[in-house]
Design a protein around this ligand. Sequence first.
Ligand code: SF4
Length: 381
Amino acid sequence: MARKPLREAPHLSARLPDGHAADTISQADAPDITTFAGGGRSARDWKPKHIYFTADAYREPHGRRIAARLEDLGLTYDVQKGNRLPRLGGATVRETYQRAKNTLAIVNAPPSALRLTPIPPSADWQFHLAKGCPAHCQYCYLAGSLPGAPVTRAYANLDTILENNAAYIDPNRPETTFEASCYTDPLGIEHLTGSISRTIGWFAGQPGARLRWVTKYDRVEPLLNLVHNGRTRCRISLNADWVTKRLEGGTADLSARLLALRKLALAGYPVGAVLAPLMPFEGWQEAYAEMLGQLRAALPAGADLTFELITHRFTPGSKGILQEWYPNTSLDFDEEKRTKKHNKFGSHKFVYPREQMRELKEYFTAAIAREFPEAEVLYFT
Ligand code: SF4
């Protein structure tokens, strides 16, 4: 049934009183934000055309917070009688894709989602705020990983999900890390869910835990005044302008992402640059040098920065799906130019050949050491 917008309890209860960790960068030490020639093109806020709540999700406190956000945005939604969603596919692949990318389902994470799994090398554990993403990256990591139509499913039982994390914090180690963006871009749906804000607030109160998440979006303003106690590392996914413009539809452009990273660093968050997916396209060294130069200019003095370096890869399954979704893609899926990398489950992915991997690794390691001697490179893969 269609619901008319209701006025309910404020949905911003995730927002905690203002205040920053002791290591917040002093505004006096940092150049004024207006001096960075950033700006660029922000990502447009996603306004899904179809929004469904399952009955259980609508009963959850966080489900009601999401409903209040939707109402504030003037978006209407349907609440299902039970916990099944309506059929979300279309008659053709294209139709299914278009409908799914315009659909938000608010559901409860199933019990299996509460049995966390490790996610090396990124973090000790992965947990999920949502599965699916409204952006249109032509190499999307989710293709082939998530079954069915690419609907975004946001989880309403967030309080249960967060409390469940507590059981995975190892009291014998100084910190246990948790990754929240394996299957979604949390900032791309934050205006609809408020979930990453609430999660940052929860981790702020967990001395032994660290949150990590990554985005290609730029509307970070709701996060800037949260109490985070330095326990969340906000990472921005960056790539050469050439890649971002051609292959990352619906996301913020490079300048807007860099400005977002700068704002997060100025708000005292540890930050990260996830350089992914790295591609040796023609002129790649100059293009990546330019991107790293822009990052250097955007970073305020004293920022706590890490790098993660991830080369482009695909599986036979993801290639098939992506070529159906993006039939005119300029992304190079030529298996002849790749090396097969097998995993312990007997399947394989296509990665760049050893020599190209070596070249990429050497280039980025040297460039980062030169431009960002203070930063740590966490891994290259
Ligand atoms: S932002 Fe990430 S999850 Fe979203 S479409 Fe792009 S690659 Fe996929």
